[in-house]
Design a protein around this ligand. Structure first.
Ligand SMILES: Cc1ncc(COP(=O)(O)O)c(C=O)c1O
Length: 455
């Protein structure tokens, strides 16, 4: 035990916190890595290997996956593709978005929620978030609309459904297509209905960090036949490909190759069987952590309104140093707490450290080159002024994700999450030591983010 006297004349005992040489609350071999593959994944992958069919728009695993997803959600049409970004792009294309058209989305999301619009020549327009739900704030949408607005991409961020009734009312009032970016919330419900069935079109991601994963992959779903057929052309080179019909190789529109491989479809089918169980595990674990955080001043659990279910794709805890009388400039409190928790063995991380419009892509307007899509004739002058996203900025500066992409909360045992709670208690009981002794790395904030296998 070392005794130090600090400039503010306070004596702090060092050696208790793991970051200062104490014993960590938990060791890394307690953590369950994600993704988890079972006998079912192997069985279905073996079926593919035995079939000798590795790809095809109508290949057996792809076809069955599409049927199973449509049944799980209760939608008419599903197209399996090779990424969530592809599925979102198909949604934007199906919605009829073209050069210069504007699409509303959240300032707090993953890049693809915004760039999907650009893949079709569209221009993303960002809306700030609701400080409680962290989803795009429906009260701020109307002020961002223009006569060029064609669609809204409502993101269910971190696993919590967005305010779909309010967003739907705006979409209907202004005749906008409502697209759900459901990448982070498969299986979550809103007023008893599964997300993915609440908009006109929805896109899911199956990348390996997601609760529903297949390594990489995506799903486009809709009840609308016209959207489905348009999206299907985008999946395959602009062609109209029909099962059991000769391929014509005629392009009716601009299309890409977004087909999902059979091995991916096999894994996705196996994982879909476990999705509800994984999400149940997420909720049980979140309940454990919520109870711990509710007792600690200065840190709040994620909020979930009673009319919806959260699947805790990422468990984002909000920090309130001001409640503790700590005046925090910028992100110092967040980063010190984060490092102290990591040292205790909690896989706490940052995910997104600035609002989407702060990306150089938007600040410099470097899209396709030559200013496109922002310079398209008839396009409105859009300025990505960061002062328009105060809630997103505040959230990202004052929150951390408990559980990483490799060790997410939804993959852990209850015992492990109890220990995470214990570690959080320990760090918050020793905040003086944390603030006085933890040294921050000199690099930029994203240096504290996770190194994931997707990078
Ligand atoms: C909210 C959101 N939208 C879209 C995507 C894009 O999905 P993918 O990585 O499968 O292209 C992701 C995942 O990375 C996401 O989190």
């Amino acid at each position: 035990m070392i005794l130090l006297t600090f400039s503010r004349k306070e004596e702090i005992c060092l050696g208790h916190l793991a970051i200062n040489g104490g014993t960590p609350v938990l060791s890394s071999n307690r953590l369950s890595p994600w993704p988890q593959l079972t006998y079912k994944d192997r069985e279905l992958v073996n079926q593919v290997l035995e079939s000798g069919i590795l790809a095809g728009a109508f290949a057996p695993q792809v076809k069955v996956l599409q049927e199973e997803v449509a049944k799980y959600l209760g939608v008419k049409h599903c197209i399996a593709v090779n990424s969530g970004t592809a599925a979102l792009h198909m949604a934007v294309a199906a919605a009829g978005v073209g050069p210069g058209d504007e699409i509303i989305t959240s300032a707090f999301s993953f890049l693809a929620s915004a760039t999907a619009a650009m893949h079709q020549g569209g221009i993303p327009v960002f809306v700030d978030i609701d400080p409680k739900t962290h989803n795009l704030d429906p009260r701020r949408i109307e002020e961002k609309l223009s006569e060029n607005t064609k669609a809204i991409i409502a993101v269910h961020i971190q696993g919590l459904p967005a305010d779909m009734d309010e967003i739907r009312a705006i979409a209907d009032k202004y005749k906008l297509v409502l697209i759900e970016d459901a990448a982070q919330a498969p299986g979550a419900t809103y007023k008893g209905r599964k997300i993915g069935t609440l908009g006109d079109i929805a896109a899911f991601s199956l990348n390996q960090t997601k609760n529903f994963q297949a390594g990489e992959g995506g799903l486009f779903v809709t009840d609308n036949k016209e959207y489905w057929l348009r999206a299907d052309m985008v999946r395959m080179f602009g062609e109209q490909v029909r099962e059991k019909e000769r391929r014509s190789y005629v392009a009716h529109t601009l299309g890409w190759n977004y087909r999902m491989p059979e091995l991916t479809a096999a894994i996705a089918r196996a994982q879909l069987e476990r999705l509800d169980e994984i999400n149940e595990n997420a909720r049980r674990n979140a309940k454990i952590l919520n109870a711990v955080l509710a007792e600690i001043d200065g840190i709040d659990p994620p909020f979930c309104p009673p009319d919806r279910t959260h699947i805790y794709h990422k468990y984002r805890a909000r920090l309130h140093p001001e409640v503790l009388g700590i005046s925090d400039k910028d992100t110092v409190f967040r980063d010190k707490v984060l490092l102290a928790l990591q040292a205790e063995g909690v896989p706490a991380v940052l995910w997104q450290t600035f609002p989407l419009p702060a990306n150089p892509l938007f600040q410099k307007k470097e899209g396709f080159g030559k200013g496109f899509p922002w310079t398209f004739p008839g396009a409105r002058q859009i300025n990505y002024d960061l002062s328009e996203y105060p809630e997103t900025l505040k959230l990202l500066n004052s929150s951390i994700v408990i559980g990483s992409e490799r060790y997410p909360i939804f993959a852990q045992s209850a015992d492990t999450v109890e220990l995470w709670g214990e570690a959080i208690r320990k760090v918050f009981q020793n905040l003086d030591e944390v603030l006085e002794t933890v040294e921050l790395p000199k690099e930029e904030a994203f240096a504290l983010g996770e190194i994931t296998s997707l990078r």
